[in-house]
Design a binder for this molecule. Structure first.
Ligand code: ATP
Length: 383
């Protein structure tokens, strides 16, 4: 391995036997040793008060460890200037932390300005970043109070990215927004990360968020003890102890399906009726449930055969369930089938056009086959 290859395979952040005790009390973080991969999302998750924020803040020296060592790119951060270190990392908090008397653009430009970038250049870059985080450029002139909670969090992310730092620390950044906006922000972060490949350390107390976002998930127990550190699918499939199993929750079997590929799910033909033919009640339907589609082939609910004659407007259709996009996980396939009034999960292509339907029983068959396959593989390894 060349020195350059060695450097890029080294973890970006390393905790070595790190303990933090505030004011002589019980340790908030105890003997933490963990390696954080470069260019990946590592999530710290655990119940309230288990030391997640303390661990995160020790990375940029907002909190100093009582003992132990933290390395950034192989260098001891204890030897670096705290203010410089802090500025070299993006930081996003639960409350966006934006300065209320500055415009959105000037908020985003704050750190580059502190780093000596000229005003015009910093604003130009800030404007680009608005686009990167999915906000319209005219929002740049507003003040934070004139934005929704979700928009403020996006600005918080843009501000953290402004100095193009290799490391991004995120402390419950999406927990103050409603569930729909939260899901959008999570999607957005994953999309951004596909392009930017930052080293992200993300704190949350929500195990669902942790498994959606994390390449690796560290589950903390109260007292700052690291209970398990693994890929999310492993934590859901094989929690190491009762604490982790309890924290991960009862739905873990179902959530684990998110990591099982839905490629093998059979997609069957489905009878459809065009929205413009629906108006004529004499146009018959032949299946117990017929799918209503628009001129583009996108689904708009179901028409039950028994009451076909009374269903003449698009608004009459029985609302459909969630959609399964070809290639999604088994969880999505099963949810599409279970949430559909017809029991048939609507499968669509990337443009949202109907390609057929999936059946719950067949998804269960695949789950069972995967389980048997895994069991055999584990048995063979054991032998
Ligand atoms: N500045 C401080 N002074 C004294 N004790 C502190 C301080 N900050 C945190 N603690 C304590 O350290 C422990 C860990 O707190 P920390 O905020 O790191 O946990 P957390 O897992 O992030 O919690 P939460 O999810 O509630 O934010 C808690 O018992 C907390 O009361």
């Amino acid at each position: 391995m060349t020195p350059a290859e060695q450097a890029s395979s080294r973890p970006m952040i390393e905790f070595h036997d790190v303990t933090k005790t505030y004011d002589g009390g019980r340790p908030a973080v105890e003997d933490l040793s963990i390696e954080i991969d470069r260019g990946r999302i590592t999530v710290f998750v655990g119940p309230s008060g288990c030391g997640k924020t303390t661990s995160l803040r020790m990375i940029n020296r907002m909190v100093e460890p009582t003992s132990g060592q933290i390395l950034l790119d192989g260098q001891d951060i204890g030897r670096q200037k705290a203010a410089e270190l802090r500025r070299s990392m993006g930081y996003v908090m639960q409350s966006s932390g934006l300065l209320p008397h500055r415009t959105v653009l000037d908020n985003i430009a704050t750190v580059p300005r502190l780093n000596g970038v000229g005003k015009a250049e910093a604003r130009r870059r800030a404007s680009e970043l608005l686009d990167v985080v999915g906000l319209a450029s005219d929002l740049g002139r507003r003040y934070p109070v004139q934005l929704s909670g979700g928009q403020q969090q996006r600005v918080g992310v843009a501000r953290a990215l402004a100095a193009d730092p290799p490391v991004l620390l995120m402390d419950e950044p999406f927990s103050a927004v409603d569930p729909v906006v939260r899901a959008e922000l999570q999607e957005e972060l994953l999309r951004l990360q596909r392009d930017l490949a930052k080293t992200i350390v993300f704190v949350t107390h929500d195990i669902d968020e942790a498994t959606i976002l994390g390449d690796k998930v560290a589950v903390f127990a109260v007292g700052g003890r690291l209970a398990q550190f693994a890929a999310p699918e492993e934590i859901l499939r094989a929690p190491v102890d009762d604490f982790v199993a309890g924290f991960v929750g009862r739905d873990r079997g179902f959530r684990h399906l998110s990591f099982q590929d839905g490629d093998g799910v059979a997609i069957h033909p489905v009878e459809t009726i065009d929205s413009d033919r629906l108006a004529d009640p004499t146009v018959p339907v032949h299946s117990p449930w017929t799918l209503l589609v628009d001129t583009e082939g996108r689904p708009h609910g179901w028409v039950p055969q028994a009451s076909r004659a009374g269903f003449t407007r698009q608004a009459d259709a029985v609302p459909g369930g969630s959609l399964y996009t070809r290639g999604d996980s088994l969880r999505r396939a099963l949810d599409a089938a279970l949430s559909s009034p017809s029991g048939l999960g609507v499968a669509v292509d990337d443009d949202g056009r109907v390609v057929g339907v999936v059946r719950a029983a067949e998804v269960f068959g695949l789950i069972e086959a995967a389980r048997l396959g895994r069991g055999r593989a584990e048995h063979n390894t054991a032998v």
